[in-house]
Design a binder for this molecule. Structure first.
Ligand code: ARG
Ligand code: ZN
Length: 862
C-alpha cells in the first residue's frame, strides 16, 4: 500500500518549536533479515532505556509493515499498532524489545525503505524510510550501535553488505548464505543501509594520515566495472582533501559504495555504505560528458564528507537538515574548486543557485534555510536547504577568514562528535572559536527570501572621495511579512575609469538597512565592482551603465566579477529588448568580441562568459514573464552575435578541435568552448552549420562533443536532426543513463513542436514512470523549458499535472518534485495563471493523493 492519505482531512504539520527529547533511547539494535524479493522477514531486537522520569509507553514508528509478533524481555507482550505507531507499555526503565515483521521489497515502488532495483535489494532510509523496514523511533536524535545479520539466496544475492565492518559470514544450507556486519559508531536509523545482489567491486585502498589502511569498494553490476575508475579516483582525492583541509580522517576499516539504477535523488551517505544513483558513479568517455565527470567527483566527495558533517555529528531533528547539507555542499564546492578552476566552479555554483534557489525563495514554497514547519520532510530537500545553506556557510567563511573558520569547524566536530546537533550549535562553535559576534548572522537561518541590495557610487573629484551608498531590502515571503536587516558580506573593488588602476579592494559587511562607505584618494571616476566572487547570495541593483559593465567584463581582475559584469550587460540588453521590442546589441557584441580575442583567458572561462542568460533567468527579472518575447529577444541577440562575430566563432571552433580525447582541464575547456561556438554558428544561420554539427556528432570520440552537437541539432529543423537522434538512439538504447540524455535533449529543444514531441515521448516504449532518472530526463527537463512548457494553450501544464498524478501512485517523492513549476503562476499573465491554477486545483482535489504532493500543490495554490 502506498503512503496515501487515509482520509481527505488536511495532513498535520510538524513544527520546529514542538521539538521534545525522545521518551526512550535505543543504545543498541540487532537486526536479522531473511531476505527475499517478494517477502523479507525482519527481526529487530532493541535495547531500550527510559529517557527521563515520564510514564509514557515505548512508541515505535512503522509504515507498510506486516506485524508478526512483539516480545518484551523474551515474552509475548501487550501492544497496540495504529496510525503508524506501535505502542508498547513498559514497566521498568530498560527492556529488550523484539519485533518481527514482513515486508515486500519488490512491491515497494516508492524507493524508500528496502526495495529492489535491477535485481539488487537495497535500502534508502533518509529521511523517514527506516520505519518501512522495522518498528523504530524514526527520528535522527535516537542513536544506536547496529549489528546486522542477513540471510539470502546465494546464487541470486552472492554479495551481502551493511554498515560498518564485516565480522562473519557462512553457508546457511539450502542454497542460502549469511553475513554479519557491525557498526561500532552509534548512528540514527536514517543512516542504516544494506545491499544484497550479484555485484562486482572495483577494490582499492586508502592509507589515512594516521596510518590506517581502509579497504575501498565500488560495487556495480558486472558489465559496469570499467566505468568506476573516475569515481574511485574521486573518492581517494576526497579522503585526502578532507584530511588536509579539515583535519578529518576516515574512521572505519571499510568504505563501500554501491550504484543502483532506481534512486530517488543523487546519493546517500549511509555509514560506511554509501548508496548511489548510478548516474553519479558510472562514467567512461563514450557515455559520460565532462559535466557528468564533474558531477560524479562532486557527489562522491559530498557523500564521503558526510562521514563527519552528517554522521559523526548528525542532526537533532529534520528542521536542522541544513546543518549537514549546507555545510557538506559547501565542503564539496570547495573540494571541486580545488580540483579544477575555482572561477569556473564558482560560476557554475552561482548559476545553479540562481536557477533553482532564487525562484524558490521568490515563490509560494519559499522557506527559511532552517524551516519552521513541514507536512512531509521529503519536500524540504530543497535548493534552499542545500545551496542557500552552503552560501550561509560560505559567508561565515568569508567573514571569519579561512583560519578562524577552520578553528570553528574543529571546535564544532570536537564538541559534538557522537551527538545530534543543531544549526545553532554550529554557529555557536564558529563564534566561540573565532571571537566574532554572529548574533545578527543567525537571521540568515530564520528569514526566507533573497535580499536585494541597492548600491550607488558617487565620486567628488574635488576631495578625491567616493561614496558607496548601500541599502538592503528583504521581500516578504509566505508567513514572514516583517524582516530585519541581515549582515551581508560584500567584496568590493573600485577601478579608475581612465587608468584602470584598482583603488580599493575590501570586504564590506552591510549590517544596517542603509549604510554609506567612503573611499579616499580617488582622483578619477571609479567604476564599482561589487559582490565579487558572489560573496553574498543577494541580488545587486547598481544601475551601472553599459560602458561600466563592458569595462569590468574586460578588465576586472576578479574572474567571477568579470563574468558577472558580462551577464549583467546581457541581461540589461535582453530585458530592454523584451520591454521595448527592439534593442541595441552593440555593447554586448563588443564585449563578447573582446572576450573571444583575449588570449590570456582560458577556454573554459570564455565559454561561460559568452553564454547568454537562460530564458528562465531573464524571466526572473520581470514582473510578468512573457516566454515568447523572451525567446524572441534572446534568439535575436544570439543571431546577431553569431553573425557579427562569425569569423571569431569559426576560429574558436577550429582551434578547439582535437584528434583524440583527453581529460586535462585545457582539453575540457576546449570541448566546452567548441560546442558553444557551434551553437553561435547555428544561431547565425551559417549554411554549413548543421553539417558541421552532424560531423561533430559523427566524428566525436567522446560524449561531451557528441551530446553537445546533438543538443544543437535538436533545436533545428535540418534533416541532420533526425539522423543524429536516430543514430544516438540506436547506439545507446540499452544504456539507460545515456538514453536519459536522448529524452532530455528533445525535451529541451527550442523547436515549436516540443510540447507535442514530449507528449509522444511519454508514450515511447523506453519511457517509464517507475524510474526517477527517466522521469526527470523527460518531464523535469520539459518543465524547465520555459517557452515550450508555457505554450499558450496550456497543454504543457495539463501534461505535467497528468504526470504528477500518474507518478504519485507509485512514487510520491518523485511526483512532488514536479509540482513547483506549476506554482509559478503568479509570475505569468492572467490566461496562463488561470490555466496553471486549474491544473494545481485538479491535482489537490484528487482522491488518495500523497501528502508529499498535497503539501506542494496546496502551498503552490496559496
Ligand atoms: N542525504 C542525501 C544527500 O547527501 C540525500 C537524501 C535525500 N533524501 C530525501 N528524502 N530527499 O544529499
Ligand atoms: Zn548531502
Amino acid at each position: 500500500m502506498l503512503d496515501a492519505m487515509k482520509t481527505t482531512a488536511t495532513p498535520a504539520a510538524v513544527l520546529r518549536e514542538a521539538y521534545r527529547e525522545p521518551d526512550w533511547l535505543v543504545p543498541e539494535i540487532a537486526l536479522e533479515f531473511a531476505l527475499g524479493p517478494d517477502r523479507t522477514v525482519v527481526r529487530a531486537t532493541l535495547r531500550v532505556e527510559r529517557n527521563g522520569g515520564h510514564r509514557e509507553p515505548l512508541r515505535l514508528d512503522g509504515e507498510d509493515l506486516a506485524l508478526v509478533g512483539v516480545r518484551v524481555d523474551g515474552r509475548p507482550a501487550e501492544h497496540r499498532y495504529a496510525d503508524g505507531v506501535l505502542s508498547i507499555p513498559l514497566g521498568g526503565d530498560t527492556a529488550e524489545v523484539e519485533t518481527v515483521v514482513e515486508i515486500s521489497p519488490n512491491s515497494n515502488s516508492q524507493l524508500m525503505g528496502l526495495y529492489e532495483s535491477g535485481g539488487i535489494l537495497c535500502t534508502q532510509c533518509e529521511a523517514e524510510g527506516f520505519r518501512r523496514i522495522t518498528f523504530f523511533p524514526d527520528r535522527p536524535d535516537v542513536l544506536s550501535s547496529y549489528k546486522v545479520r542477513m540471510t539470502a539466496d546465494k546464487a541470486r544475492y552472492p554479495v551481502l553488505l551493511a554498515n560498518g565492518d564485516p565480522v562473519a559470514a557462512g553457508d546457511a544450507g539450502e542454497g542460502r548464505h549469511w553475513a554479519e556486519w557491525h557498526d561500532p559508531f552509534p548512528k540514527p536509523c536514517y543512516l542504516f543501509a544494506l545491499v544484497a545482489g550479484d555485484l562486482v567491486a572495483n577494490r582499492d585502498q586508502f592509507v589515512t594520515a594516521g596510518g590506517k589502511t581502509v579497504e575501498l569498494g565500488i560495487w556495480v553490476r558486472e558489465g559496469d566495472l570499467a566505468k568506476t575508475e573516475h569515481a574511485m579516483a574521486s573518492l581517494k582525492a576526497a579522503m585526502a582533501w578532507d584530511e588536509r583541509v579539515y583535519g578529518r580522517e576516515y574512521d572505519l576499516g571499510v568504505f563501500n559504495i554501491v550504484a543502483v539504477s532506481d534512486f530517488n535523488f543523487g546519493a546517500m551517505e549511509n555509514k560506511g555504505l554509501n548508496i548511489f544513483n548510478s548516474r553519479y558513479i558510472l562514467a567512461d568517455p563514450d557515455t559520460a560528458t565532462d559535466a557528468d565527470y564533474d558531477a560524479i567527483a562532486g557527489v562522491v566527495a559530498h557523500e564521503y564528507f558526510h562521514n563527519w558533517s552528517g554522521n559523526r555529528v548528525t542532526c537533532r531533528d529534520w528542521f536542522q537538515l541544513s546543518l549537514k547539507e549546507g555545510f557538506t555542499v559547501f565542503r564539496d564546492q570547495q573540494f571541486s574548486a580545488d580540483q579544477g578552476s575555482p572561477a569556473v566552479k564558482r560560476i557554475e555554483d552561482v548559476r545553479v543557485l540562481r536557477a533553482a534557489q532564487f525562484p524558490e525563495d521568490a515563490g509560494p514554497l519559499a522557506h527559511p534555510v532552517r524551516p519552521e514547519s513541514y507536512i512531509e520532510i521529503s519536500n524540504f530537500y530543497t535548493a534552499t536547504v542545500y545551496n542557500k545553506g552552503a552560501e550561509l556557510i560560505r559567508m561565515i567563511h568569508t567573514i571569519l577568514g579561512p583560519d578562524k573558520f577552520r578553528a570553528g569547524s574543529d571546535l564544532y566536530f570536537e564538541r559534538h562528535d557522537g551527538e545530534a546537533a543543531t544549526c545553532e550549535d554550529f554557529v555557536a562553535a564558529m563564534e566561540d572559536a573565532s571571537g566574532c559576534d554572529l548574533s545578527q548572522f543567525r537571521l540568515w537561518y530564520s528569514q526566507a527570501g533573497t535580499p536585494r541590495v541597492r548600491a550607488d557610487l558617487t565620486h567628488h573629484a574635488g576631495d578625491g572621495r567616493a561614496h558607496l551608498e548601500l541599502a538592503q531590502e528583504l521581500p516578504s515571503t509566505p508567513g514572514q511579512d516583517q524582516k530585519k536587516p541581515m549582515p551581508i558580506p560584500l567584496k568590493v573593488a573600485l577601478f579608475g575609469e581612465l587608468t584602470g588602476e584598482k583603488y580599493a579592494d575590501r570586504l564590506v559587511v552591510l549590517e544596517e538597512t542603509a549604510q554609506e562607505i567612503v573611499f579616499e584618494g580617488i582622483g578619477e571616476r571609479p567604476i564599482l565592482s561589487i559582490n565579487r566572487d558572489f560573496s553574498a547570495p543577494v541580488v545587486i541593483e547598481s544601475g551601472r551603465s553599459a560602458d561600466d559593465l563592458a569595462f569590468l567584463s574586460a578588465q576586472d581582475d576578479n574572474p567571477f566579477a568579470r563574468y558577472e559584469a558580462m551577464q549583467q550587460l546581457m541581461l540589461d540588453t535582453l530585458v530592454a529588448a523584451v520591454a521595448g521590442g527592439k534593442a541595441d546589441h552593440a555593447a554586448v557584441i563588443e564585449a563578447v568580441r573582446r572576450t573571444l580575442e583575449d588570449e590570456r583567458l582560458d577556454a573554459a572561462f570564455v565559454a561561460e562568459a559568452v553564454l547568454l542568460p537562460t530564458e528562465a533567468f531573464i524571466g526572473d527579472q520581470m514582473l510578468v514573464v512573457d516566454p515568447e518575447a523572451i525567446h524572441a529577444a534572446r534568439e535575436a541577440l544570439r543571431t546577431d552575435l553569431g553573425q557579427e562575430l562569425e569569423p571569431l566563432w569559426r576560429s574558436a571552433y577550429a582551434s578547439t578541435a582535437a584528434n583524440r580525447f583527453e581529460t586535462s582541464p585545457s582539453a575540457k575547456g576546449a570541448r566546452r568552448l567548441r560546442t558553444v561556438a557551434l551553437g553561435y554558428l547555428m544561431a547565425a544561420g551559417a549554411e554549413d552549420a548543421a553539417a558541421l554539427a552532424l560531423a561533430q556528432f559523427e566524428g566525436a570520440d567522446n560524449m561531451t562533443d557528441r551530446q553537445g552537437a546533438l543538443g544543437m541539432l535538436s533545436n533545428s529543423d535540418a534533416a541532420e536532426r533526425d539522423r543524429a537522434l536516430d543514430a544516438f538512439y540506436a547506439r545507446y538504447r540499452s544504456n539507460a543513463l545515456v538514453l536519459d540524455k536522448w529524452f532530455s535533449v528533445q525535451a529541451l529543444s527550442t523547436r515549436d513542436d516540443t510540447a507535442e514531441a514530449v507528449e509522444r515521448l511519454a508514450k515511447h516504449p523506453d519511457f517509464t514512470l517507475a524510474n526517477p532518472n527517466r522521469m526527470r530526463a523527460l518531464v523535469g527537463a520539459f518543465a524547465a523549458n520555459q517557452r515550450a512548457f508555457h505554450q499558450t494553450d496550456g497543454r504543457g501544464y495539463r501534461f505535467l499535472a497528468e504526470m504528477i498524478l500518474a507518478v504519485d501512485k507509485l512514487n510520491p517523492q518523485t511526483a512532488a518534485r514536479l509540482v513547483p513549476p506549476l506554482g509559478r503562476w503568479r509570475r505569468f499573465d492572467e490566461a496562463r495563471a488561470a490555466l496553471m491554477q486549474a491544473e494545481l486545483r485538479r491535482v489537490v482535489e484528487t482522491k488518495g493523493l500523497s501528502k508529499d504532493v498535497f503539501e506542494q500543490a496546496s502551498k503552490s495554490l496559496g
